[in-house]
Design a protein around this ligand. Structure first.
Ligand code: SF4
Length: 357
């Protein structure tokens, strides 16, 4: 099956193009105080190394806005300033060199203020994300309308105001705090406009809940071709957000490169501690050289002869365990026997020596 991406305008954020056939970009947000320049720069670099392509920073006062200039000078990822309440902070962020700003129509909606921000965006030639959240959406339709309709109506009202200013360098997000409203809102806005869409579910909770909610909502939309950049919001370390986003895109075939690990869930037939082996292998494969490899590589580790040989043969590299040890397969062919204790070491040696990277 091939996903047919929604056709839309292409927008440039720093050196990252999103929209139409461009790859779906991974975003996250720093969780440091933006005014804490050293720690913010450190977190941005960690995010970049993990595979993040666009990073957003909260700008809550003039100290944060001033810090953007120094952060920009010390980092490479496109920076997005997240602005609420103050249009002046938006202008300061733009003047300090960010690559995009996000405005929330729920708290910056005065025509005079919007006009001033749009003027600054035009001068800097950078885009705007119109970012609505269910928690701060203003009612421009009946209060009885569904959350999705409220988000779409408020968004289109704002879009029209901005288009009147002859500005179309726009990205849109409509984040609800649950899967159904989020999916409905994005489906509707995808039909109502031709701007690229930043997908996300807001306030999803901890890693476990957040990844499940985000995977269902973002996965459903991406399967329909909707979505040009994604953020998995988690109440946790932002590196987890990037890891989850990569996994969602890889699962849908929207991102290739790096190592994809296939392992069975284990059951009463399994004669070894496969769970520990897979955890160990996953940790080692998280190293930079494997993560950033442009070559996609499927590695299977399977617990017994029921499905093991089949999955191991299908993968680029695989180990199928059975009684007395495992068999290593490479490109569908048996290579050698592998002892349980050597499984991780052998797989890594094979990956490194066979120029899979
Ligand atoms: S491959 Fe074997 S051990 Fe793994 S889940 Fe299937 S039957 Fe169980």
């Amino acid at each position: 099956m091939e996903i047919k991406r929604r056709d839309c305008k292409v927008i440039k954020i720093g050196d990252c193009l999103i929209g139409a056939k461009n790859p779906v970009a991974i975003q996250s947000m720093t969780k440091t105080k933006t005014s804490d320049i050293d720690n913010t720069v450190k977190q941005i670099k960690q995010l970049e190394e993990a595979g993040c392509q666009i990073v957003r920073l909260a700008v809550k006062d003039s100290t944060d806005a001033a810090a953007l200039k120094k952060i920009k000078a010390k980092t490479r990822l496109p920076l997005v300033a997240d602005i609420h309440f103050s249009y002046r902070l938006a202008i300061a962020a733009i003047e300090n060199g960010v690559d995009k700003i996000r405005l929330n129509p729920g708290n910056i909606d005065k025509p005079r203020q919007i006009k001033a921000v749009i003027g600054a965006l035009k001068a800097a030639k950078i885009p705007l994300r119109i970012g609505l959240n269910s928690g701060s959406v203003r009612d421009v339709v009946s209060r009885k309308s569904s959350m999705a309709d409220k988000l779409v109506a408020a968004c289109m009202h704002y879009v029209k105001m901005i288009e009147k200013l002859k500005f179309t360098n726009i990205v849109i997000s409509l984040k609800a705090n649950n899967v159904l409203d989020t999916v409905e809102a994005y489906r509707k806005i995808a039909k109502a406009c031709s701007y690229p869409l930043h997908l996300g579910v807001t306030a999803t909770g901890s890693v476990y809940n957040g990844i499940i909610k985000s995977s269902i909502a973002l996965g459903s939309l991406l399967l329909e071709g909707i979505g040009d950049t994604i953020r998995v919001s988690l109440t946790d370390n932002p590196l987890e957000e990037v890891r989850a986003a990569k996994c969602i895109l890889e699962s849908l075939g929207l991102r290739s490169g790096g190592v994809q690990l296939i392992s069975c869930p284990t059951c009463g037939r399994c004669e070894l501690d496969l769970i520990s082996i897979v955890k160990d292998l996953e940790t080692k494969l998280a190293a930079k050289e494997y993560k950033q490899s442009a070559h996609p590589l499927k590695v299977a580790v399977m617990g017994c002869v029921v499905n093991g040989p089949g999955e191991a043969k299908e993968a680029d590299l695989g180990v199928a365990f059975g009684k007395g040890g495992g068999i290593l397969f490479s490109q569908g062919k048996i290579v050698k026997k592998v002892l349980v204790k050597n499984c991780v070491k052998t797989l890594l040696q094979e990956i490194n020596s066979r120029k899979y990277l």
